[in-house]
Every structure is written in C-alpha cells, then in structure tokens.
Design a protein around this ligand. Structure first.
Ligand code: FRU
Length: 566
C-alpha cells in the first residue's frame, strides 16, 4: 500500500511516487471548490530531472488527491535552426546556436526535450487573454540546452562547435478543462512548437541560464498585470494588459552580495496591513545558497508598487536587511495561492533544502510540501521597516485534528528543573503550551522534547533559550548524522520581556513545523530517525521541560492529526 512507507509524512502532501520540488501554480477554483497544487516533478524517477508539472487537488489545502501529470516536457524539436542565430543580443557570443535538448541530471545526456520549470497560475475569469472563459493560465519557464557554434566557416561550413549552453524562457500553457490538461500557447498558433512569451533575448538580466520562475499577479490599483522573473541575483518585473504581451518595467536588485547563490521563485504579494486599510507589496524570494539556513532559504522585503510597474522598497534599509520568511532549513520556493476567496494569502513551500536533497533517501518518492501557511502582515517594531510577516497553519487543519488528549487536570503544571513526560503514544500531532516564568527563578531554557527513543538517546528539541532570547529547533540528536552540513540548531529571536512564550509544534513522521507566539516566528525542519541507529525501538515519547529554573505551563493541548491519505 502506498503512503505507509517508512518516513512517509501522514499530513503533508508528497507525490505517490517520484521526485518533487517547488510548488507551482497554486490556485483556487470557485466553480468546483477545489484547490489545485502543481509542483516540479520527475515522472521517471526519484531524483531531480525531466522536470514537468505534477498535480494534486484538495477541498481544504490539507487533504490532497493525487492527479495525473498536468504539463509534460515539450516534445523533441529535432535539430532546427535556433532563432537567435547571429544576433548581437545576449547570445551573440555563442554564434550559431541549435537545439539539443533538456538538461537531465546528467548534462551531456540530452533527449531533445524542453523541461517545464517553476511558475504560477492566473485564473482568467474575464477572458482577458482571449484564450477562453475562465481559462487557467500557467506561466512557466522552459529550460533546455543549445549546442553553440561559432560561424567561422570551419567544420564543413557549419562553424566550430564550442559546447552546450543552458537557456531559460518564459512560456504560457492554458487549460480549458479546469486545470487537468494544458494546451501550449504560441503567438503563431503552433502549439507543437510554442514560442516563448518572453524569449531569452528579451531578458534584461542577461543571464540566459538563470532567467526563470515567472510569477503573475494583478495590480488592482494600477489596472495591470505584473510578472516577476528572476535573473541571477535580481528580479525583473514585466507588465501586461492582456496577459500575452509583456513589457519590461523594472528590476529589484540584491544589495548584499554575501556569497549568496542565485535568486529563485520570486513573488509579489499585495497585502493589507492588519487592522488598517494600507496595502503593502511583499516581495518574497528564495535564495539558492547562502541564505540564513545552511544552503537554501526564503526571504522577504516590504515595499510598494507604482503605476510604472516598479516595486520600491519601503525604506533605504529594506534591501540591506532581508527578512527571513521561516527560520528553518526546510522551507523553500514558497508561492501563494492565486484567486483566493476573501483575499486570503496562503502560501505553500517545498519542505527541503538543496544542500542535502541527495542525502535523505526516501523511496519511492522524494520531497513533501509544508503545511499551507496563512500570511498576515502586522505592524511591529521588530521588522526592518516596522512590519512583520506572520504565518500560521491554515484553520482548515482542524479537519484532521482529533480531540485534545490532555485532560483538564493535566493542562496546567509547574516544572522545576525537570522533564515531565506526556502520556501519549503517536507520531502525528499538534502540541501547544504556554510557558511562563518569574524573574527570580527563571529557567535557562523551556520547551518540548519530541520523538524521544525508548532509551532516551534520540530526540528533537523545540524550545526557547531565555538567555539569548532564541526560539529554536534542534534536530542534531535524531541519529541522522549526515544531512548535509547540519546546523547545531536553528534559531529565531523572540522577545519575551513579558515573561511568557507560546510554542506550537506540528509533528509528522519526518517533519517538524514549530511556531512561536502564533506565527510571529516559525522554524520548519525535516528529520530522519535512522532505523540503523535506533534499532527496533519506538521513537514516540514526549516531554515538556524546564532547565535550571521553574516554568509554569498553562493551556497544554495535544491533538492527534489524522492521516490525509486515508
Ligand atoms: C527552485 C528551482 C527553480 C526552478 C526549479 C527547477 O527550487 O531551482 O528556480 O524553476 O527549481 O526544478
């Protein structure tokens, strides 16, 4: 039976089989009441390659049904003349260029196809594109290689072959059957060989191999569509009136080059600041290496959009101080759902990190999504410009929450330099508690010890360090020594001058999502309790603790979470 394999999360989406990375084209369809999730998918294996869009649907963003492949790779185009031959644009240095194929995990191993990389969806309710009433428009990046030749008259007049180059271009495919199948759009009507909406030669960034992940949003105030596309360490904004013709408008530049890798999966999210009617435009982006985490992580900036399609940072400080979206190592490439009811902003991220995907072997699939996160932009002295983006798990998770197993008499307790066992045996649950202390006898650290093995050796800590004011998740003691280059622990500053902190943790088979003070700070981590280290032991004990001092625990609750696969 699928979905009960070792390490399979029970309330996080993962594909039935094969590799998955970024969420793509999330949207809500009010006609059917279904949420759609597309994702980077390898139909042929358990490692990255043959990238296509996989698909799943859900009534509540929590319980998902696996659907068929939505957008397969673009077919073999054969050896055709590449249209950018001998231009003086970006590719001029390559001379004559020709199709070869798609990069697979092995770059020399071309099969003549173009891969379908990440992107987004816009639901065209008013048929602005003219492609059909309610057409579902999928903007994505086609990624492929070209053989490059210099026109030097050598090699039988074909020029001298100088190697392979990677090309990325922005394309459109659309669905007229509610998102099940997609037709490739081409301005010349030839969907067998679709022309890009934004060819690589139109990339203002000039980095042919890192020009990707189009994300489309409507700017109500200025009555225009905006598309954000990354180009190496900047994001380019294109604008359009009809969703088909895109004009370059502006760029957002990375300020701090601290050896970080390329930007990926950019998104502009218009958000109303809580309790006001002010709109701010969040620019969120994923950084491939050198993010706050080991390897890849997600950041955001607060700003404003103007009529020219320029995103302007809130202040001079903004670009120098990217804010961390989630402080864990496993939160990447997140994008929001399009076409949401009640202007909700809900984002799903890929729960992994490019720095160690190959080390954590699960089979026959790889990768899972985070729980869907409801975003809220609040005023806060903590944020760079006085704003903080909070995120919590959507309330729909209640569909899977079973009754609280902590009795009234055990929900409030005092712990003095000790660990207190919670009588519950299970691996999938949500646990919440409020920890408080007095200045005279304040503990050094409080929190939960989770997934503890019978011999007590292996566990995960989710806690708060009062000396450093750091909320943390520590997965080093899981018996999994080799996930890349693991951090000692992942930390996020939380002010507790009021002597209290509320911690909420969603624990799944290999996933921890931890929230401090209702999503003020979050830490998302994978973990792998290795059977070869823990033998036949159970690993489901759990404790509350207070170290070197006294903590009052109030409102302790534990809700088991039902599997989304049953
Ligand atoms: C981010 C990313 C995207 C790209 C996709 C390819 O994780 O590298 O930039 O479109 O994955 O699978």
């Amino acid at each position: 039976k699928t979905y009960d394999e070792e390490y399979r999360n029970q309330f996080h989406f993962s594909p039935a089989q094969n590799w998955m990375n970024d969420p793509n084209g999330l949207f809500y369809d009010e006609k059917t009441g279904l949420y759609h999730l597309y994702y980077q998918y390898n139909p042929e294996g358990n490692e990255w390659g043959n990238m296509s869009w996989g698909h799943a649907t859900s009534k509540d963003m929590v319980n998902w049904t696996q659907e068929q492949l939505a957008i397969p790779m673009l077919d073999n185009q054969g050896w055709e003349d590449f249209t950018y031959t001998n231009t003086t644009g970006n590719l001029a240095k390559y001379g004559e260029v020709r199709y070869v194929g798609v990069p697979t995990t092995n770059w020399g191993d071309s099969n003549g196809k173009k891969a379908i990389f990440s992107g987004s969806i816009y639901v065209d309710k008013d048929n602005i594109s003219g492609l059909g009433n309610g057409a579902i428009l999928a903007f994505y990046t086609a990624d492929y290689q070209i053989a490059t030749r210099i026109n030097d008259g050598e090699d039988n007049g074909w020029g001298t072959w100088i190697g392979l180059s990677e090309i990325q271009e922005q394309h459109l495919a659309y669905s007229l059957d509610g998102g099940t199948t997609f037709i490739q759009y081409s301005s010349d009507g030839n969907s067998a060989e679709p022309k890009p909406l934004i060819p690589v030669t139109a990339s203002e960034g000039g980095d042919a191999a890192n020009f990707r992940d189009p994300n489309v949003v409507y700017d109500e105030q200025n009555k225009q569509f905006l598309m954000t596309v990354v180009s190496n360490q900047q994001a380019l904004i294109y604008k359009s009136q009809d969703l088909l013709h895109w004009e370059y408008a502006s760029s957002i530049q990375r300020q701090k080059n601290v050896g970080a890798g390329v930007w990926e999966c950019p998104t502009l999210i218009p958000m109303t600041v809580s309790g006001t009617n002010i709109t701010k435009w969040i620019f969120a982006v994923s950084v491939q290496q050198g993010a706050h985490a080991t390897g890849s992580g997600m950041e955001y900036y607060v700003g404003n959009i103007n009529a020219n399609g320029e995103w302007l940072p809130e202040s001079k400080k903004t670009m120098n101080s990217p804010m961390t979206f989630d402080y864990g190592e496993d939160f990447y490439a997140g994008i929001p759902f399009a076409n949401m009811k009640d202007k909700r902003n809900v984002l799903i991220a890929w729960q992994s990190n490019w720095s160690y995907t190959g080390d954590a072997k699960t089979s026959p699939w790889y990768g899972n999504m985070t729980l869907p996160r409801e975003l809220q932009l609040v005023k806060s002295s903590e944020g760079t410009d006085g704003y903080l983006l909070k995120n919590t798990v959507v309330s729909e998770i209640k569909n899977n929450e079973q009754e609280n197993v902590i009795s009234q008499s055990k929900a409030n307790l005092t712990i003095e330099n000790n660990e207190q066992k919670i009588e519950y045996e299970g691996n999938q649950y949500k646990i919440t508690a409020k920890f408080s202390w007095n200045a005279e006898n304040q503990p050094e650290s409080v929190g939960f010890k989770l997934r503890v093995s019978d011999d007590g050796k292996y566990y995960i800590l989710v806690g708060y360090d009062l000396k450093t004011q750091k909320f943390f998740v520590r997965r080093l003691n899981t018996g999994e020594p080799n996930m890349g280059d693991p951090r000692d622990q992942m930390n996020a500053f939380v002010n507790t001058d009021n002597g209290t902190i509320t911690l909420t943790v969603y624990v799944d088979e290999t996933s921890i999502e931890a929230f401090a003070n209702e999503g003020e700070k979050t830490i998302t981590q994978n973990f792998f309790l290795r059977p070869e280290y823990i033998g036949a032991q159970a690993t489901n004990q759990l404790y509350l603790y207070a170290q070197n001092g006294t903590a009052q625990i109030t409102d302790l609750t534990l809700n088991p979470l039902a599997s989304i696969w049953s």
